[in-house]
Write a protein that binds this ligand. Structure first.
Ligand code: BGC
Length: 554
């Protein structure tokens, strides 16, 4: 039974008439939204029925384009009498069918099972995913200390002084004393090899030159922890070999496989910076540590912003012994569990059903098939899938009366944040959503209610699909954990998941929808209701980098 929230979500969308009436803009709420078209519509209807009749006789689409060829000026393009291959309703109905069909509990359960089949060989051998760390224990929440925390994300590098004070009543146990953020734009992203790490050292130097930081450090060197939002092959708790980086970075050119700690520390030493690298950890594992510091029932963490990943705390035996090559015997003798960076973004090829828009996205991607799961759900791609649908709707169904909004034919020009803001407009008229869209992607005339309503419905469908696929991914790892702990769904008990990243934290209804699907899947597997809770872990990458260092000291 779909839960209340899913029902509410579905009721947000306009119900489409089962059959097309051949006219555009049939979903407008009132005649006032047809202002521009009240006198044009009968004319359109006349032309459309005439052309439809001709089309039936003579297979006309190409002929229509020769009668009404592409018109150069924007105004003429918009206002010209044109006919389209299909109505907006027909297109929306198809989009809804394609995006919603795979979201039944049975389909999602099947995907979860197939994902587990893909995990099996990677848990035996893979140097790019299912990566064990050297962190075996989770924090107790009592650890204390002040640390320099670094967070290298896809678009910002942040350097913060973090203070951990342990659990106390009425005060926060983690505090950012001071933080500096440095934008990572394309010029930084494209820095090759050691040039990128020189840039990092320069920013660390600038951050610790702050008098507030100097006062805290005194004469000591600063213990430093790094949250790295890319895969890394750990070689100790404080070192790891650089693996291929996604997100458009070129720092691995000439440095691939080198020690990340040394790559950062060498330019820091050159600048005589009073810092030493004590811990390196993937950002998803940092999120897990940070959330576990506050909530001891945390066992997983999800990062879902520009990128996507899940970190899990698993029994050591869940991974083949070959995955612990080079680990000290002492660690192997003592560790019962290990924090694993799954790099879940890399799974899912041939599991998640793709649409023609997903296929287009993959074909034009710089690394097609590298992170298929990420392509379906992360903030970098939700906007892109909606953009591809909009472009098709303008060309084939007359969205915006056939006028292509500015820049919208450029790859990645539609920001997922714009869609989230448009979805937040709960007004009947959708004026704010329309104004925002017009600001970002100007048209010669403001978009109509129906244009904006279409975009909102498409983005709801795309984001809902993402939330459901994420639930399938979490379920598959939950099943893996239960089996490797020797438990059953019924005896697995309660578990919390730390969540961080713009999509899971801020996209309207995203986390709630994911939670609903997850509840459906876990109860269908035989678990107690509400046995998994998705909890927001604010600033957890930066906090987690500090928690990782303090865990070493306790
Ligand atoms: C990277 C992961 C990272 C995630 C979230 C992915 O693209 O491969 O290492 O954890 O993004 O930042």
């Amino acid at each position: 039974m779909p839960c209340l929230l899913l029902k509410r979500f579905k009721s947000r969308r306009t119900t489409l008439p089962p059959e097309s009436d051949g006219a555009r803009d049939t979903t407008a709420p009132s005649a006032t939204h047809h202002d521009r078209a009240w006198y044009i519509k009968p004319m359109f209807d006349f032309w459309q029925s005439l052309l439809a009749a001709l089309e039936r006789i003579a297979m006309l689409p190409s002929l229509i384009h020769s009668v009404f060829p592409r018109l150069p000026s924007r105004k003429r393009t918009r206002d010209a009498v044109r006919t389209y291959e299909r109505t907006m309703d027909d297109l929306l109905r198809e989009i809804q069918r394609l995006l919603e069909a795979p979201l039944t509990p049975a389909e999602l359960m099947h995907m979860s099972g197939r994902l587990q089949e893909q995990f099996a060989p990677k848990l035996q051998a893979s140097d790019i995913c299912m990566l064990p760390s050297y962190n075996d224990k989770l924090p107790t929440g009592l650890e204390r200390g002040t640390y320099l925390a670094l967070d290298v994300g896809g678009s910002t590098f942040r350097v913060a002084v973090v203070e951990l004070t342990g659990k106390q009543t009425n005060t926060k146990s983690m505090r950012i004393v001071t933080m500096k953020s440095y934008k990572i734009d394309n010029s930084v992203r494209h820095l090759k090899g050691t040039a990128f790490f020189d840039w990092m050292a320069e920013k660390i130097e600038a951050a610790i030159a702050d008098p507030q930081v100097k006062k805290i450090t005194g004469l000591k060197t600063f213990p430093m922890g790094l949250a790295w939002s890319f895969p890394v092959e750990q070689t100790s708790i404080r070192s790891g070999n650089l693996l291929p980086m996604g997100k458009g970075f070129r720092a691995t050119e000439g440095t691939l496989g080198q020690d990340l700690s040394e790559l950062i520390m060498a330019p820091c030493r050159k600048r005589n910076l009073p810092v030493h690298m004590d811990s390196i950890i993937n950002d998803s594992s940092a999120t897990l540590l940070s959330r576990a510091y506050e909530d001891p029932s945390t066992r997983f963490a999800v990062i879902l912003g520009t990128g996507f990943n899940i970190s899990v705390h698993l029994p050591v035996s869940a991974l083949a012994t070959s995955k612990y090559k080079g680990y000290p015997q002492k660690w192997l003798d003592e560790a019962s569990h290990v924090l694993v960076n799954t790099e879940l973004s890399m799974f899912g090829k041939n599991i998640f059903p793709t649409t023609r828009w997903d296929d287009q996205l993959n074909e034009t991607h710089v690394r097609p098939d590298f992170q298929p799961f990420e392509h379906m759900i992360s903030g970098r791609y939700l906007g892109e899938v909606v953009r591809l649908i909009i472009v098709e709707a303008v060309r084939t169904a007359g969205l915006f009366s056939g006028e292509m909004p500015e820049q919208l034919t450029e790859l990645y020009s539609l920001d997922t944040g714009t869609l989230a803001a448009m979805e937040l407009d709960g007004s009947k008229s959708l004026t704010n959503a329309a104004t925002l869209f017009q600001e970002k992607h100007p048209l010669s005339k403001p978009p109509t209610y129906n244009d904006i309503n279409f975009i909102r419905q498409v983005s709801q469908l795309v984001s809902h699909r993402a939330a459901a696929f994420l639930a399938a991914g979490i379920h598959s790892l939950w099943d893996l954990r239960i089996a490797s702990e020797g438990l059953t769904p019924a005896t697995a008990g309660y578990m919390a998941i730390g969540c961080n990243g713009s999509v899971i934290e801020k996209y309207p209804l995203f986390r709630e929808l994911c939670q609903s699907h997850l509840d459906e899947l876990t109860t269908a597997s035989g678990a107690e209701p509400k046995s998994i809770a998705l909890e927001v872990a604010v600033e957890s990458a930066i906090f987690g980098a500090a928690v990782a260092v303090c865990c070493l000291e306790s």
